[in-house]
Write a protein that binds this ligand. Sequence first.
Ligand code: FES
Length: 107
Amino acid sequence: MPKMTFIERDGSRREVEAPLGLSVLEIAHKHDVDIEGACEGSLACSTCHVIVDAEWFEKLKDPSEDEEDMLDLAFDLQETSRLGCQLIMTEALDGLVVKLPAGTRAA
Ligand code: FES
């Protein structure tokens, strides 16, 4: 089973099992990681915002235009920001590391 790591707001790291085909948002929810995901993956909010570890960022598929548009609204936006609901676990992403942003803006 692939794994991924969430870096929580207090800096602690949580390595969790990351089943293939699930989004980072779904994986977070499975393990009670505090990512909201108000629209449940329909690209209508930015509350699933995560900051991807720089090393991993390049390995991700480019965001769609819709994702870019939503990301622009995200709080604490950074160079390697992505929407967690759009990142789908694959073998190639085994070991992925993402950080939770400092906060989210209400959807
Ligand atoms: S959960 Fe709303 S855009 Fe990802």
